[in-house]
Design a protein around this ligand. Structure first.
Ligand code: PLP
Length: 333
């Protein structure tokens, strides 16, 4: 079955502004002197300042509504873009929202980190925030929160950490389909689609949809400094999503590039800061220090290493995250 037909069997709520634009990055391409670079603007999905998770939520929350949920339950670190988009979607859908907010994964934190950006938006969207210590289990506290709400008579729907599960990956297959249509209309065939990879659902969806751009390499940049874990998660979600979409799956299609995450999750290094500055100064793009900035830093390093020729076209997916930039203001003093 072709990817488009397979995807049309999955309903979405229409929360996200789709398709997102595909635009040339002429000044950044000229600056780097490598391939022609393009940006897929998945930071422009709309609701609650948008981002890649909204595309996943558009499909995943269809299931929540179908199940008669009255509450969304999710979690993440203080500046999680994922939980901010869950909170915005809950507000829009008139659902309650409870979030497990993990403390201690990043240290030390600043006043801005605790109070601005996504943390501020979560409160404005009306989410109930539950502070829990980070213990490395991404979904444990979320499940416990949902169990407690269920015991008190609520109908919670669990949105997993990063909205990464097979259905979230199915949803993200739509991005590659959009890129296939848009690049054809613009007259080019991408040699690669490059993006940052964390909880794995984004890359898994792109890999599951590979047949709509069979000559395009999907390149995930590890931003967690855990490339082995990221690769394992991408493999698992991609295999499940491909099965749900009736698509072939080849583990060789999963490429996770290590070495561009800086010292740890949420800790940007000099190359990330340079990428954020270049994106802003040359293209007016707003990237963040945790995800999209590290993703662009990885792409810039690959371009500088000569991976592609000047005659090739490479698409960078801007997955969002701009609100978190304000929480890291001190990096740009
Ligand atoms: C802005 C941004 N980009 C990329 C990602 C990574 O996507 P995934 O977790 O599906 O790998 C995230 C995840 O939180 C994100 O917030």
């Amino acid at each position: 079955m072709i990817v488009e037909d397979a995807l049309s069997g999955f309903r979405r709520l229409g929360l996200a502004h789709l398709p997102t634009p595909l635009e040339p990055l002429q000044r950044l391409s000229a600056h780097l002197g490598g391939p022609r670079l393009w940006v897929k603007r998945d930071d422009c999905t709309g609701l609650g300042l948008g981002g890649n998770k909204l595309r996943k939520l558009d499909y995943v929350l269809r299931e929540a509504i179908d199940q008669g949920a009255d509450t969304l339950v999710s979690g993440g670190v203080v500046q999680s873009n994922s939980q901010r988009q869950v909170a915005a979607a809950a507000a829009k859908l008139g659902l309650a929202c409870h979030l497990a907010v993990y403390h201690g994964r990043l240290a030390p934190s600043t006043v801005e980190y605790e109070a601005t950006g996504n943390a501020l938006l979560n409160r404005l969207f009306g989410a109930v925030l539950h502070d829990v210590p980070w213990n490395g289990d991404r979904n444990g506290a979320i499940t416990a929160l949902a169990d407690g709400l269920r015991a008190r008579g609520h109908r919670p729907y669990i949105v997993p950490y990063g909205v990464s599960n097979p259905l979230g990956a199915v949803a993200y297959a739509s991005t590659l389909l959009e890129i296939a249509h848009q690049s054809e209309a613009l007259g080019f065939l991408p040699a690669a689609v490059v993006h940052c990879s964390g909880s794995g659902g984004t890359q898994a969806g792109l890999v599951a949809a590979r047949r709509c751009l069979p000559h395009t390499r999907i390149v995930g940049i590890d931003i967690d400094a855990e490339p082995g874990r990221v690769r394992a998660d991408v493999l698992a979600y991609a295999e499940a999503a491909a099965a749900q979409l009736g698509q072939p799956f080849d583990p060789a299609d999963v490429e996770v590039v290590a070495g561009h995450a800086g010292p740890a999750y949420g800790v940007p290094h000099q190359a990330t800061i340079e990428a954020i500055r270049l994106g802003a100064a040359l293209e007016g793009l707003v990237l963040d220090p945790v995800y999209s900035g590290k993703g662009l830093a990885g792409l810039i390093a690959l371009v500088r290493s000569g991976r592609w020729t000047s005659g090739q076209d490479v698409v960078f997916i801007h997955t969002g995250g701009a609100p978190a930039l304000f929480a890291y203001r001190h990096l740009f003093d």
